[in-house]
Design a protein around this ligand. Sequence first.
Ligand code: PRT
Ligand code: ZN
Length: 288
Amino acid sequence: MSSKITIAIQRKGRLYEDSKNLLAQSGINFSMSGERLLARSSTMDIDILLVRDDDIPSLVSKGVADLGIVGQNVLAEQTATNKKITAKSILDLGFSKCKLAFAKPLNSKLRSLKNKRIATSYPALVKEYLKMNSISAEVIKINGSVELTPYIGIADCICDLVSSGVTLEANNLIEFKTLMTSQAVLISPVELKKVKQTNVINLVKRFEGVINASDSKYVMLNVDSGAVDKICNLLPGADSPTIIPLQKDNKVAIHALCKEPVFWETMEKLKSNGASSILVLPVEKILN
Ligand code: PRT
Ligand code: ZN
Protein backbone atom coordinates (compact mmCIF):
# COMPACT_ATOMS: atom_id res chain seq x y z
CA MET A 1 0.00 0.00 0.00
CA SER A 2 1.23 3.48 -0.87
CA SER A 3 2.02 6.14 1.72
CA LYS A 4 0.43 8.80 -0.47
CA ILE A 5 -2.22 10.90 1.29
CA THR A 6 -5.67 11.78 -0.03
CA ILE A 7 -7.45 14.86 1.32
CA ALA A 8 -11.18 15.41 0.79
CA ILE A 9 -12.37 19.01 0.53
CA GLN A 10 -15.58 20.68 -0.58
CA ARG A 11 -15.80 21.10 -4.36
CA LYS A 12 -17.63 24.45 -4.25
CA GLY A 13 -19.37 26.34 -1.52
CA ARG A 14 -18.51 28.18 1.64
CA LEU A 15 -15.65 25.91 2.68
CA TYR A 16 -13.87 25.74 -0.67
CA GLU A 17 -11.79 28.97 -0.78
CA ASP A 18 -10.49 28.70 2.79
CA SER A 19 -9.74 24.98 2.38
CA LYS A 20 -7.82 25.67 -0.82
CA ASN A 21 -5.90 28.53 0.83
CA LEU A 22 -4.99 26.36 3.82
CA LEU A 23 -3.64 23.69 1.47
CA ALA A 24 -1.74 26.28 -0.60
CA GLN A 25 -0.16 27.84 2.50
CA SER A 26 0.84 24.33 3.57
CA GLY A 27 2.63 23.78 0.26
CA ILE A 28 -0.14 21.88 -1.56
CA ASN A 29 -1.18 23.48 -4.84
CA PHE A 30 -3.56 21.91 -7.32
CA SER A 31 -5.87 22.89 -10.14
CA MET A 32 -9.35 21.58 -10.85
CA SER A 33 -10.03 20.09 -14.22
CA GLY A 34 -13.65 20.09 -15.39
CA GLU A 35 -15.92 17.81 -13.41
CA ARG A 36 -13.14 15.49 -12.25
CA LEU A 37 -13.41 14.50 -8.60
CA LEU A 38 -9.71 13.90 -8.16
CA ALA A 39 -6.97 16.49 -8.46
CA ARG A 40 -3.29 15.74 -8.07
CA SER A 41 -1.12 18.24 -6.22
CA SER A 42 1.50 19.77 -8.46
CA THR A 43 3.80 20.45 -5.52
CA MET A 44 3.48 17.40 -3.23
CA ASP A 45 2.67 13.71 -3.55
CA ILE A 46 -0.93 14.21 -2.44
CA ASP A 47 -4.35 13.64 -4.06
CA ILE A 48 -7.26 16.00 -3.45
CA LEU A 49 -10.83 14.68 -3.62
CA LEU A 50 -13.26 17.46 -4.53
CA VAL A 51 -16.74 16.50 -3.31
CA ARG A 52 -19.89 17.79 -1.60
CA ASP A 53 -19.27 18.57 2.05
CA ASP A 54 -21.91 16.00 3.09
CA ASP A 55 -19.81 13.19 1.58
CA ILE A 56 -16.62 14.08 3.44
CA PRO A 57 -17.31 12.39 6.84
CA SER A 58 -18.19 9.11 5.14
CA LEU A 59 -15.21 9.16 2.74
CA VAL A 60 -12.86 9.74 5.67
CA SER A 61 -14.59 7.16 7.91
CA LYS A 62 -14.19 4.54 5.17
CA GLY A 63 -10.53 5.45 4.70
CA VAL A 64 -11.07 6.54 1.07
CA ALA A 65 -9.61 9.87 2.22
CA ASP A 66 -7.00 10.11 4.98
CA LEU A 67 -7.93 13.68 5.90
CA GLY A 68 -10.98 15.84 5.24
CA ILE A 69 -12.14 19.40 5.85
CA VAL A 70 -15.76 19.82 6.92
CA GLY A 71 -17.97 21.90 9.24
CA GLN A 72 -18.42 20.58 12.79
CA ASN A 73 -22.18 20.91 12.20
CA VAL A 74 -22.12 18.38 9.35
CA LEU A 75 -19.80 16.00 11.21
CA ALA A 76 -21.95 16.15 14.37
CA GLU A 77 -25.24 15.61 12.51
CA GLN A 78 -23.89 12.64 10.58
CA THR A 79 -22.21 11.10 13.64
CA ALA A 80 -25.54 11.32 15.48
CA THR A 81 -27.38 9.73 12.54
CA ASN A 82 -25.09 6.99 11.29
CA LYS A 83 -22.95 4.57 13.33
CA LYS A 84 -20.62 4.12 10.36
CA ILE A 85 -19.47 7.74 10.61
CA THR A 86 -16.47 7.26 12.87
CA ALA A 87 -14.15 10.02 11.56
CA LYS A 88 -12.81 12.26 14.30
CA SER A 89 -12.05 15.94 14.38
CA ILE A 90 -8.30 16.44 14.98
CA LEU A 91 -7.79 20.18 14.42
CA ASP A 92 -9.95 23.31 14.59
CA LEU A 93 -9.28 25.32 11.44
CA GLY A 94 -10.76 28.65 12.54
CA PHE A 95 -12.81 29.43 9.40
CA SER A 96 -16.46 29.04 8.35
CA LYS A 97 -17.50 29.94 11.89
CA CYS A 98 -21.24 29.86 12.51
CA LYS A 99 -23.76 28.59 15.03
CA LEU A 100 -26.72 26.27 14.88
CA ALA A 101 -29.46 28.22 16.61
CA PHE A 102 -33.19 28.21 17.29
CA ALA A 103 -35.11 31.20 15.92
CA LYS A 104 -38.76 32.26 15.93
CA PRO A 105 -40.85 34.90 14.14
CA LEU A 106 -40.45 38.37 15.68
CA ASN A 107 -44.15 38.48 16.56
CA SER A 108 -44.21 34.94 18.02
CA LYS A 109 -45.26 34.43 21.65
CA LEU A 110 -43.30 31.18 21.82
CA ARG A 111 -41.64 30.83 25.25
CA SER A 112 -40.47 27.23 25.18
CA LEU A 113 -39.97 24.48 22.60
CA LYS A 114 -42.47 22.19 24.37
CA ASN A 115 -45.00 20.70 21.90
CA LYS A 116 -43.77 23.03 19.14
CA ARG A 117 -43.00 22.17 15.48
CA ILE A 118 -39.32 22.81 14.73
CA ALA A 119 -38.11 22.90 11.12
CA THR A 120 -34.44 22.09 10.57
CA SER A 121 -31.83 20.51 8.30
CA TYR A 122 -30.22 19.09 11.46
CA PRO A 123 -32.93 16.74 12.83
CA ALA A 124 -30.56 14.41 14.68
CA LEU A 125 -28.87 17.25 16.59
CA VAL A 126 -32.20 18.89 17.41
CA LYS A 127 -33.67 15.56 18.62
CA GLU A 128 -30.55 14.97 20.77
CA TYR A 129 -30.94 18.45 22.25
CA LEU A 130 -34.65 17.90 23.00
CA LYS A 131 -33.92 14.52 24.59
CA MET A 132 -31.14 15.91 26.77
CA ASN A 133 -33.47 18.65 27.99
CA SER A 134 -36.52 16.31 28.33
CA ILE A 135 -38.58 18.41 25.93
CA SER A 136 -41.16 16.77 23.72
CA ALA A 137 -41.59 18.53 20.37
CA GLU A 138 -42.05 17.70 16.70
CA VAL A 139 -38.97 17.90 14.47
CA ILE A 140 -39.59 18.54 10.77
CA LYS A 141 -36.69 17.83 8.41
CA ILE A 142 -36.28 20.45 5.70
CA ASN A 143 -33.35 20.52 3.27
CA GLY A 144 -33.31 24.18 2.25
CA SER A 145 -34.94 27.56 2.89
CA VAL A 146 -35.68 26.56 6.49
CA GLU A 147 -36.20 30.25 7.33
CA LEU A 148 -39.44 30.33 5.27
CA THR A 149 -41.21 27.50 7.13
CA PRO A 150 -42.84 29.55 9.92
CA TYR A 151 -44.50 31.75 7.29
CA ILE A 152 -45.94 28.93 5.24
CA GLY A 153 -47.44 27.49 8.39
CA ILE A 154 -45.48 24.28 8.69
CA ALA A 155 -43.35 25.18 11.72
CA ASP A 156 -43.52 27.33 14.86
CA CYS A 157 -39.79 27.93 14.89
CA ILE A 158 -36.60 26.84 13.15
CA CYS A 159 -33.14 25.58 14.02
CA ASP A 160 -30.64 26.67 11.37
CA LEU A 161 -27.10 27.88 10.80
CA VAL A 162 -26.51 31.55 11.49
CA SER A 163 -23.38 33.54 10.75
CA SER A 164 -24.00 37.25 10.20
CA GLY A 165 -27.69 37.04 11.20
CA VAL A 166 -28.77 38.84 8.00
CA THR A 167 -30.94 35.92 6.79
CA LEU A 168 -32.84 35.77 10.09
CA GLU A 169 -33.34 39.52 10.04
CA ALA A 170 -34.50 39.53 6.41
CA ASN A 171 -37.11 36.90 7.30
CA ASN A 172 -38.32 38.65 10.47
CA LEU A 173 -36.93 35.91 12.67
CA ILE A 174 -35.17 36.30 15.99
CA GLU A 175 -32.68 33.89 17.49
CA PHE A 176 -33.47 32.64 21.00
CA LYS A 177 -31.10 29.75 21.74
CA THR A 178 -27.79 28.39 20.43
CA LEU A 179 -27.61 24.62 20.05
CA MET A 180 -23.97 24.50 19.00
CA THR A 181 -21.19 26.69 17.64
CA SER A 182 -19.34 25.41 14.61
CA GLN A 183 -16.26 25.97 12.47
CA ALA A 184 -14.38 24.02 9.84
CA VAL A 185 -12.35 21.13 11.24
CA LEU A 186 -9.76 18.72 9.94
CA ILE A 187 -10.98 15.14 10.30
CA SER A 188 -9.22 11.81 10.02
CA PRO A 189 -10.22 8.14 10.33
CA VAL A 190 -10.18 6.71 13.90
CA GLU A 191 -7.30 4.52 12.85
CA LEU A 192 -4.86 5.75 10.26
CA LYS A 193 -3.26 3.24 7.94
CA LYS A 194 0.26 2.60 9.31
CA VAL A 195 2.11 3.43 6.08
CA LYS A 196 0.44 6.83 5.98
CA GLN A 197 0.91 7.84 9.61
CA THR A 198 4.18 9.75 9.23
CA ASN A 199 2.98 11.68 6.19
CA VAL A 200 -0.31 12.58 7.89
CA ILE A 201 1.41 13.70 11.11
CA ASN A 202 3.82 15.91 9.16
CA LEU A 203 1.03 17.43 7.13
CA VAL A 204 -1.08 18.14 10.23
CA LYS A 205 1.95 19.93 11.73
CA ARG A 206 2.06 22.14 8.63
CA PHE A 207 -1.66 22.93 8.97
CA GLU A 208 -1.08 23.80 12.64
CA GLY A 209 1.80 26.03 11.60
CA VAL A 210 -0.40 27.96 9.18
CA ILE A 211 -3.25 28.31 11.70
CA ASN A 212 -0.98 29.43 14.53
CA ALA A 213 0.67 31.93 12.20
CA SER A 214 -2.63 33.45 11.11
CA ASP A 215 -3.23 34.83 14.61
CA SER A 216 0.42 35.76 15.17
CA LYS A 217 2.32 38.94 14.43
CA TYR A 218 6.00 39.81 14.62
CA VAL A 219 6.42 43.08 16.50
CA MET A 220 9.53 45.28 16.42
CA LEU A 221 9.91 48.50 18.37
CA ASN A 222 12.48 50.73 20.10
CA VAL A 223 12.36 51.86 23.72
CA ASP A 224 14.54 53.25 26.55
CA SER A 225 16.28 50.33 28.25
CA GLY A 226 14.60 51.25 31.55
CA ALA A 227 11.15 50.58 30.11
CA VAL A 228 11.82 47.07 28.74
CA ASP A 229 9.83 45.16 31.40
CA LYS A 230 6.82 47.45 31.14
CA ILE A 231 6.75 47.18 27.34
CA CYS A 232 7.26 43.39 27.30
CA ASN A 233 4.27 43.00 29.61
CA LEU A 234 2.12 44.86 27.09
CA LEU A 235 3.01 42.58 24.17
CA PRO A 236 0.10 40.13 23.70
CA GLY A 237 1.06 36.46 23.82
CA ALA A 238 4.80 37.12 23.54
CA ASP A 239 6.88 34.36 25.16
CA SER A 240 10.42 35.57 25.25
CA PRO A 241 11.17 38.76 23.32
CA THR A 242 14.61 39.44 21.90
CA ILE A 243 16.29 42.59 23.31
CA ILE A 244 18.95 44.18 21.09
CA PRO A 245 21.02 47.18 22.29
CA LEU A 246 20.96 50.19 19.95
CA GLN A 247 24.04 52.24 19.22
CA LYS A 248 22.94 55.48 20.86
CA ASP A 249 20.77 57.01 23.58
CA ASN A 250 20.66 54.00 25.93
CA LYS A 251 17.88 52.55 23.82
CA VAL A 252 17.10 48.95 22.90
CA ALA A 253 15.10 47.30 20.13
CA ILE A 254 12.53 44.67 21.19
CA HIS A 255 11.55 41.96 18.71
CA ALA A 256 8.73 39.62 19.72
CA LEU A 257 6.47 36.97 18.23
CA CYS A 258 3.01 37.85 19.52
CA LYS A 259 0.69 34.84 19.38
CA GLU A 260 -2.44 36.92 19.85
CA PRO A 261 -3.87 39.71 17.65
CA VAL A 262 -2.11 43.06 17.95
CA PHE A 263 -4.79 45.74 17.75
CA TRP A 264 -4.32 49.48 17.20
CA GLU A 265 -5.22 49.95 20.88
CA THR A 266 -2.23 47.81 21.89
CA MET A 267 0.08 49.81 19.61
CA GLU A 268 -1.22 53.08 21.05
CA LYS A 269 -0.62 51.79 24.57
CA LEU A 270 2.94 50.73 23.65
CA LYS A 271 3.56 54.22 22.25
CA SER A 272 2.17 56.00 25.29
CA ASN A 273 4.49 53.87 27.44
CA GLY A 274 7.58 55.04 25.55
CA ALA A 275 7.86 52.73 22.54
CA SER A 276 8.70 54.24 19.15
CA SER A 277 9.12 52.99 15.54
CA ILE A 278 6.56 50.24 16.23
CA LEU A 279 6.35 47.75 13.35
CA VAL A 280 3.76 44.95 13.24
CA LEU A 281 4.55 42.33 10.58
CA PRO A 282 2.49 39.36 9.39
CA VAL A 283 3.80 35.85 10.11
CA GLU A 284 3.36 33.31 7.33
CA LYS A 285 4.29 29.99 8.93
CA ILE A 286 5.40 28.71 12.36
CA LEU A 287 7.02 25.34 12.95
CA ASN A 288 7.42 24.52 16.64
O1 PRT B 1 -22.84 21.74 -2.14
P1 PRT B 1 -22.40 21.29 -0.79
O2 PRT B 1 -23.30 20.23 -0.22
O3 PRT B 1 -20.95 20.93 -0.74
O4 PRT B 1 -22.50 22.58 0.17
P2 PRT B 1 -23.71 23.09 1.08
O5 PRT B 1 -24.58 23.93 0.24
O6 PRT B 1 -24.31 21.97 1.85
O7 PRT B 1 -22.93 23.93 2.17
P3 PRT B 1 -22.42 25.44 2.15
O8 PRT B 1 -21.32 25.60 1.17
O9 PRT B 1 -23.55 26.41 2.10
O10 PRT B 1 -21.85 25.50 3.65
C1 PRT B 1 -20.78 24.69 4.02
C2 PRT B 1 -20.51 24.88 5.51
O11 PRT B 1 -20.21 26.28 5.76
C3 PRT B 1 -21.65 24.60 6.47
O12 PRT B 1 -21.84 23.22 6.70
C4 PRT B 1 -21.17 25.33 7.71
O13 PRT B 1 -20.23 24.54 8.40
C5 PRT B 1 -20.46 26.55 7.14
N1 PRT B 1 -21.24 27.81 7.25
C6 PRT B 1 -20.79 28.93 7.85
C7 PRT B 1 -22.49 28.05 6.81
C8 PRT B 1 -22.80 29.36 7.17
N2 PRT B 1 -21.71 29.88 7.81
C9 PRT B 1 -24.08 29.92 6.83
N3 PRT B 1 -24.34 31.07 7.17
N4 PRT B 1 -23.38 27.30 6.12
C10 PRT B 1 -24.57 27.83 5.78
N5 PRT B 1 -24.95 29.10 6.13
C11 PRT B 1 -26.31 29.54 5.64
C12 PRT B 1 -27.43 29.22 6.65
O14 PRT B 1 -27.93 27.92 6.45
C13 PRT B 1 -28.46 30.29 6.31
O15 PRT B 1 -29.22 29.94 5.17
O16 PRT B 1 -26.36 30.93 5.46
C14 PRT B 1 -27.59 31.46 5.93
C15 PRT B 1 -27.37 32.33 7.14
O17 PRT B 1 -26.28 33.18 6.96
P4 PRT B 1 -26.29 34.65 7.62
O18 PRT B 1 -24.93 35.20 7.33
O19 PRT B 1 -27.36 35.43 6.90
O20 PRT B 1 -26.55 34.49 9.09
ZN1 ZN C 1 -23.82 20.06 1.79
